[in-house]
Design a protein around this ligand. Structure first.
Ligand code: GMT
Length: 385
């Protein structure tokens, strides 16, 4: 019955470059390609969103007032969600990153003349850092309990959510995904030669440069590499630690060897340039950039903290390392850079694993099935009108 049915879904995420916004955007675009009508409700156009049929964008505007210390975005978002649900007759609201999006969605549902189902997808620091802070803990728990369904991007995050909130709610794991056709190995000598000479190795890090990503540590690793003078470090992304890392590169006379790419919309052209990808985060609930690198056949060294072991098998299709152990990172990176055969084989296994187990099609179907199960008149007899 559900095969021919199309849903109208409101999607809210952060618009800035970052895993949660990317997952929301890629998922929304994939659902639109399957014929669903997707309404992005956001303060600005989400990063990586390309306009296409079935995609509409609704901007949230906040009115300021001299009494406000900060304009109340959460309320403006709730009102916009309510308007879009009513005017476009949406079937469901899907919010990414609990704070404050889930709270707005629940308010929008409560304001409506019927209870539009709310699905909340937890991504990471909305639980581990922000949500667990005393200022937000109780409201985050309330939002988890009041959502019609809650998903998390890894088992690790699901367990952390249970531990931190003890909420009376099942947290269903739907992992992140990658479009393995788009993120695939490819030769691009022209672009490569922009950054490195043919005999030089390219090491890549991509993130939102928040402290949890430990980008200064990436520079430390690079600086200590025996092959440093035959290697180039590409840093893709932007965020709070950017100026620190720029300063470090300057102080260590590495400016010729370190290239800052800024936030790149076309990471599918950047990942395949790399001989090695580094992600030494404090922890990652998932680590989407690494999955995209793996899909491009790039060997990855990742933090062993969080949910990374759910998609990377240490010693087989990449390496998981203690994020504090600088010598181990330097040694492992050096070994892979100087063993092209081992690197190539590891990269090939990484691509194969990403393609088989984390494909866009497989994961989008899991979300679609969940949505159908919640919408009245589809697979949800409880709500059948
Ligand atoms: O939670 C965050 O730090 C923000 C978020 C983002 O928007 O970048 O990152 C999280 O969500 C990603 C997508 O699901 C995951 O791949 C990242 O592992 C996760 N970040 C952390 O857990 C630190």
């Amino acid at each position: 019955m559900t095969e021919d049915k199309k849903l109208k879904i409101g999607v809210t995420c952060y618009h800035k470059a970052g895993g949660s916004g990317i997952v929301a955007t890629e998922l929304g675009m994939a659902l639109a390609a399957r014929g669903h009508e997707i309404h992005f409700i956001s303060s600005s156009t989400p990063f990586r969103l390309t306009e296409s049929d079935n995609i509409l964008l609704h901007r949230v505007e906040t009115a300021d007032y001299p009494l406000f210390d900060y304009p109340p975005y959460t309320l403006a978002l709730a009102v916009k969600m309510h308007q879009v649900v009513s005017f476009h007759d949406l079937d469901l609201l899907h919010v990414h990153y609990a704070i404050p999006h889930a709270a707005s969605a629940i308010l929008a549902r409560d304001m409506g003349s019927w209870p539009v189902p709310v699905v909340t997808t937890l991504h990471g620091t909305d639980i581990t850092l922000v949500g667990s802070h005393p200022s937000y803990h109780r409201i985050t728990r309330h939002c988890i309990e009041q959502s019609d369904a809650v998903t998390s991007v890894s088992e690790y995050l699901s367990k952390e959510t249970d531990r931190i909130f003890e909420a009376k709610k099942e947290v269903k794991v739907i992992p992140n995904f990658v479009d393995s056709d788009r993120f695939s190995p490819r030769e691009n000598q022209d672009l490569r030669s922009k950054y490195a000479r043919a005999e030089e190795k390219i090491i890549l890090h991509a993130s939102n440069f928040r402290p949890v990503k430990r980008v200064p540590f990436v520079l430390e690793i690079f600086d200590k590499l025996a092959m440093r003078d035959q290697s180039i470090l590409l840093l893709a992304g932007d965020g709070p630690d950017l100026s620190t890392v720029r300063r470090m590169a300057r102080e260590r006379n590495l400016e010729d060897r370190v290239h800052f790419l800024g936030a790149c919309e076309d990471m599918e052209t950047i990942f395949p340039l790399a001989d090695l990808f580094l992600q030494p985060s404090e922890y990652e609930s998932f680590g989407l950039a690494a999955l995209e690198a793996m899909s491009c056949g790039v060997p990855c060294l990742l933090t062993n903290q969080g949910g990374t072991a759910e998609f990377l098998h240490h010693g087989d299709n990449g390496c998981l390392l203690d994020p504090e152990d600088l010598d181990l990172w330097v040694k492992t990176a050096g070994r892979l850079l100087s063993s092209p055969l081992e690197s190539r084989e590891m990269g090939a296994r990484a691509r194969d694993h990403a393609k088989r187990n984390f494909s866009l099609e497989r994961v989008v179907k899991q979300y679609e099935d969940l949505f159908f199960s919640l919408v009245p008149g589809f697979d949800n007899p409880r709500n059948f009108a």
